[in-house]
Design a protein around this ligand. Structure first.
Ligand code: ADP
Ligand code: ZN
Ligand code: ZN
Length: 742
């Protein structure tokens, strides 16, 4: 028999090896093997086991053996990995690599093992004492034995903590076999010491019953579809549907995965799942140590844990007998991986569900156009949950057109409209809380000198993007490459002291808020102030306890946080984002605004929301009415008219290199090579400088391929990008179903 093996070097090629007779029964797709490669031995994974090879069998080498240190990959995941490599135009080894956490793949992390000491034979122990009655220090041995009889068993740390313990006597007893030990694998505790009070399923509302029945129908194969789009506003009880559907899957002897965006994988979220499922639950997120990740993975792979909650990569948890995958906030762009393989976790979840006969729930308050389209086409089921569980009035949302506001006095900030100032003032008087939202961090966006026309820009990056200025740290930072320089005190070109900062971010918003609302207690949450998850908890905790009146922040505060005291949300720049050169700009803005608006009035008081804008836009009107269906219709019509996804598929190809002429040339030849694969339903936008045309001295050219029936051209793109030699210094990133065209 032959094993097709992919090794850890990036060649996107499988190599055939003979399987030694002794291993015929133990090698299967997914097995971790060691193989001879040139003069060395390499790590590999078996992709396929075949009867014959197209190479001369006499020249094939035998594989060395199964790896003793690395775990294999479940066979079904190998199939998924192969599909990802093909569909996302990635190399096989990149795809295989994503299936396993590095901690498992490396073979370097080991289980934590602890020794438990005990007395294997009580009679022998007693006899030993009699036989050694005249030995020196026998008194101490008797003391130790008495202690062991009392404790029955324990780790050395536990035992040595007692006054009867003496190391010499303990060792003598161990050598004589009177005290023995066994090894136990310890689980590194990912939950810390916190206790969670178990809870019980709530009696479902009619909406929830409907959704639960649909998921059961899928699991029981009563419907042809295997995906349910669960559309319900925040608080409509989606999470409770997830929890009960998982319980239904477990009752059927199946396992389940819950994906949440990394940012909402907060301790509160995890606590809710733990309260229901206790130790059956595993957590996978980016803050785990290698050891913790290794343990969690093994707990899943061994079948000890049946439920996994985690961010994007938890999708590849090695569960056996998978029954359900939940993708919460399915519209989130963060489900797209930005490195190869550039997979969309939501779509891969749908694929894994299909391959493993599992139900998939795509839940969101604002489902993506793609998912709604699939529901419209009848490929997915759709369930809308209209009512909020706690019957609560919708917030009042007002749009304030800043162009109609009186001009600010010179030298004063223009961040607050008079309407917003009044509204905040009211909250302060009534001891209620306010959230002010601005989707930009930093103090200012640009620095210029009116005297000579100088504008500060990162010399290595795009000319369309400016530095972000942080006044507290007195630095300019480039948000494209991360470069940081000290903020100049005078113009670097002409020396003028009169330099100007323009544009604003959360840092400035906070400082202006102090000026406009003296005495108010103000906190800020953005990536500048939140250095660790502890910072995050501290600020949220203060706000929750009512120790802050105003919370200023970026989209970090937009996500699913529950603050009963908040009755006002002010969005400083509601139209920010609408001008992005991206067909998803409307969708993202709508999602963000409705999500932010959802932060107001979650207690028993009616909330108020103010969208400040300097632009007229239908999107803002739909958002201000919380009219998802109106928006959905508007957005789908627009996308259909221009033949954008979901009416077509889109592949973005990004070329990067330092030599712009060479890059432009190469990109053009790449596009030309695709010409033969074009057909009437395919449109190719030829390579041109990307909206961000340079990062870190690398020029960026973008081309897109859009249409239907893309399979053949996608295969051609894959081969051109991965297997054709391209000029040194140029790299190509293929992004199938790209989320951002920047
Ligand atoms: P979503 O995930 O849509 O935001 P949740 O499932 O978190 O909604 O539910 C919102 C609130 O309503 C939670 O506090 C939850 O405990 C409560 N809740 C959900 N379902 C029920 C139910 N069937 N009966 C009573 N309370 C419920
Ligand atoms: Zn100057
Ligand atoms: Zn830069």
């Amino acid at each position: 028999m032959i094993a097709r093996v992919i090794t850890d070097i990036a060649l996107d090629r499988e190599f055939d090896y003979l399987i030694p007779a002794a291993l015929e029964n133990s090698i299967r797709p997914g097995s971790a093997v060691d193989v001879p490669f040139g003069n060395t031995t390499r790590n590999g994974y078996v992709l396929e086991v075949a009867a014959s090879s197209c190479y001369d069998a006499n020249k094939l080498k035998e594989l060395t053996g199964l790896s003793s240190r690395r775990a294999g990959i479940p066979e079904k995941l190998i199939t998924l990995g192969k599909w990802m490599a093909e569909y996302y135009c990635a190399t096989q080894e990149h795809a295989i690599r994503t299936l396993l956490p590095a901690a498992v793949r490396s073979g370097r992390v080991k289980s934590l093992v602890s020794r438990i000491f005990y007395i294997p034979d009580q009679k022998a122990a007693e006899k030993y004492i009699l036989d050694n009655a005249d030995a020196k220090r026998v008194v101490k041995r008797i003391e130790v034995l008495k202690l062991m009889f009392k404790l029955r068993e324990g780790t050395l740390t536990e035992i040595s903590g007692h006054p009867e313990y003496s190391p010499g006597a303990f060792d003598a007893l161990r050598k004589a076999g009177i005290i023995a030990f066994r090894e136990e694998t310890l689980r590194r505790d990912v939950f810390g010491e916190t206790e969670v009070v178990p809870d019980k399923p709530l009696p479902p509302t009619p909406d929830q019953q409907k959704a639960l029945a649909m998921v059961n129908d899928i699991m029981d194969k009563k419907v042809p579809q295997h995906v349910l789009v669960l559309h319900g506003v925040t608080n409509s009880g989606k999470t409770e549907v997830y929890l009960q559907s998982i319980a239904n899957a477990i009752a059927r002897g199946k396992s389940a995965i819950v994906l949440v965006p990394e940012i909402s994988l907060t301790p509160q979220t995890v606590r809710r799942f733990r309260a229901r499922f206790g130790n059956q639950l595993c957590v996978l997120h980016s803050r785990l140590s290698d050891g913790e990740r290794f343990d969690e993975w093994n707990r899943i792979n061994s079948g000890e844990a049946q439920i996994v909650i985690g961010a994007r990569s938890a999708l590849f948890a090695p569960l056996h007998n998978l029954g359900l995958i939940v993708v919460d906030e399915e519209h989130e762009a963060s489900y797209k991986q930005s490195e190869a393989p550039r997979y969309m976790a939501r779509d891969v979840a749908v694929m894994r569900g299909k391959m493993e006969d599992a139900a998939v729930i795509l839940g969101s308050a604002t489902p993506s156009a793609e998912s709604l389209y699939n529901a419209k086409q009848g490929k997915f089921l759709l369930c809308r949950m209209a009512a909020q569980v706690a019957d609560k009035t919708k917030p009042v949302i007002r749009i304030i057109d800043r162009r109609l506001d009186p001009l600010p006095e010179p030298g004063t900030s223009n961040l607050f409209s008079p309407a917003l100032i009044d509204a905040v003032q009211e909250r302060l008087e009534r001891a209620e809380q306010t959230i002010l939202f601005l989707n930009r961090r930093g103090y200012a966006r640009s620095l210029s000198c009116p005297a000579c026309g100088y504008e500060a820009r990162c010399p290595e990056c795009s000319v369309n993007y400016n530095y972000t200025y942080s006044r507290r740290r007195e630095i300019l930072s480039c948000h494209l490459c991360g470069a940081v320089i000290p903020a100049p005190q005078s113009c670097p070109e002409c020396g003028s002291q009169d330099i100007h900062y323009h544009g604003s971010g959360t840092e400035k918003l906070e400082s202006c808020a102090h000026g406009v609302f003296p005495g108010a207690r103000i906190g800020r949450m953005d990536s500048d102030t939140m250095r660790s998850s502890a910072d995050y908890e501290v600020v949220l905790d203060k706000f929750r306890r009512g120790q802050l009146d105003i919370l200023v922040g970026t989209q970090m505060i937009a996500k699913g946080l529950h603050f009963p005291g908040v009755t006002l949300v002010g969005v400083i720049n509601a139209d920010h984002g609408l001008s992005m050169p991206d067909f998803r700009a409307s969708e993202r803005t709508f999602q963000l605004l409705t999500q932010v608006a959802g932060r107001a009035g979650r207690g028993d008081r009616r909330g108020e929301v103010i969208f400040q804008t300097s632009k007229d836009s239908e999107v803002l009107h739909f958002a201000s009415e919380l009219d998802f269906e109106g928006f959905e219709k508007f957005d789908l019509e627009f996308r259909q008219m221009l033949n954008y996804p979901p009416y077509s598929r889109l592949i973005a190809i990004l070329f990067r290199g330092e030599d712009e002429a060479l890059l432009a040339n190469y990109a053009a030849s790449f596009a030309a090579a695709l010409e033969p694969y074009k057909h009437e339903n395919i449109r190719i936008t030829p390579p041109a400088p990307a909206p961000i045309e340079k990062i870190k001295n690398k020029y960026r050219y973008l081309m897109t391929v859009r249409g239907t029936g893309l399979k053949t051209i996608r295969e051609a793109i894959r081969i051109l990008a991965l297997h054709r030699i391209h000029p040194k210094g140029i790299d190509i990133a293929v992004d199938v179903d790209a989320q951002y065209l920047m």
